[in-house]
Design a protein around this ligand. Structure first.
Ligand code: GDP
Ligand code: CA
Length: 304
């Protein structure tokens, strides 16, 4: 079994790449739930949905979120009523949140509802929310405290962050499926997701950091930075603002005590000697996903 610690887009893309080299039934994504929110009375799980939509071929590749072939009639009507419309929810996407919310109200866990959705959509790999307990990532910022989606969507992650807290993480438990997967995996992969706000909240769930640290020799992280920058989103900015510095050393710092190996992009080969001098095992290979030949080399490097 290959366990992939996952946020949203970066993880979805890596999972697609790993499927080239490993059988689907061996791939398990353990997914962050710190971004989850309740809006319009509906439970929305952005990272789980991003991964499921991407692997089922339902995602909007242009926006990087939501469904393709989407329509917006509900949102238009909601806007005309003066309802909260800053968080875009297309009509097809809304059906996911309606289904999930109803099943949760009936007493199903997030794990069970995810398995049901994944089966209907034909998602080929297992998706496990890291916890079925409520976990909420919160930001202390220059303009005051913000919820995840207020920070990320409403303010376009364009405010200075002084602290990230994961509310509920110390009371939340990883699910039994997650604990078993982390024990049994032959390889634990940390996807090139945002270390601070995608992987950090996942590791913050009680006991998860320790479970991953215990597997250190088998842990491989793919860095989300290329040329010091995130391809999209605030990973490099947040690493700096929270004191980890810049470059792949910042990623290694965020994962201190967890990494058996770090995979960095070939264009950043010059950073490898300094990382190795700190005792880190580093693999240099293409990490920009989307080209079949490069993707095959990345999958081989991760699974080697
Ligand atoms: P979100 O939860 O949907 O915002 O996304 P994630 O946290 O899972 O992933 C965001 C990160 O993915 C960004 O920091 C990107 O740099 C990284 N990312 C996206 N595509 C690629 C890629 O092809 N290669 C690498 N190395 N990183 C990527
Ligand atoms: Ca996310």
């Amino acid at each position: 079994m290959i366990v992939v610690l996952s946020g949203g887009v970066g993880a979805a893309r890596l999972l697609r790449v790993l499927r080239r080299m490993a059988p689907d039934e061996e791939i398990v994504a353990v997914v962050n739930v710190g971004d989850d929110l309740v809006l319009h009375g509906l439970t929305i799980c952005p990272d789980l949905d991003t991964i499921a939509y991407t692997l089922a071929g339902l995602s909007n590749e242009e926006t990087g979120w939501g469904r393709r072939d989407e329509s917006w009639r509900v949102m238009e009507e909601l806007t005309s009523l003066g309802g909260a419309s800053w968080f875009g929810l297309g009509d097809r996407d809304l059906a996911t949140h309606l289904y999930r919310s109803q099943r949760l109200a009936e007493g199903a866990t997030k794990t069970v509802v995810t398995a049901e959705l994944v089966e209907r959509w034909g998602v080929p790999v297992r998706l496990l929310p890291v916890s079925d307990d409520p976990v909420r990532t919160r930001f202390s910022t220059a303009i005051g405290p913000l919820s995840f989606q207020e920070y990320f969507v409403r303010h376009h992650h364009d405010v200075t962050v002084s602290a990230v807290d994961v509310e509920g993480a110390d009371l939340a438990h990883p699910t039994p499926d997650v604990v078993r997967a982390l024990h049994e995996a032959r390889r634990v992969v940390i996807a090139p997701s945002n270390p601070v706000i995608s992987i950090g909240p996942l590791l913050a769930v009680r006991g998860v950091h320790e479970l991953v640290a215990a597997r250190r020799a088998d842990v491989v992280a793919v860095s989300p930075l290329i040329g010091g920058r995130a391809l999209k989103g605030p990973a490099d900015r947040l690493l700096r603002e929270l004191g980890f510095g810049g470059g792949h050393a910042a990623v290694a710092g965020a994962y201190e005590g967890l990494l058996g190996r770090l995979v960095i992009d070939e264009s950043d080969a010059a950073e490898a000697p300094a990382l190795r001098a700190q005792g880190l095992d580093v693999t240099v290979c293409p990490t920009l996903m989307g080209d079949p030949d490069r993707d095959a080399r990345l999958a081989a490097a991760v699974l080697e």
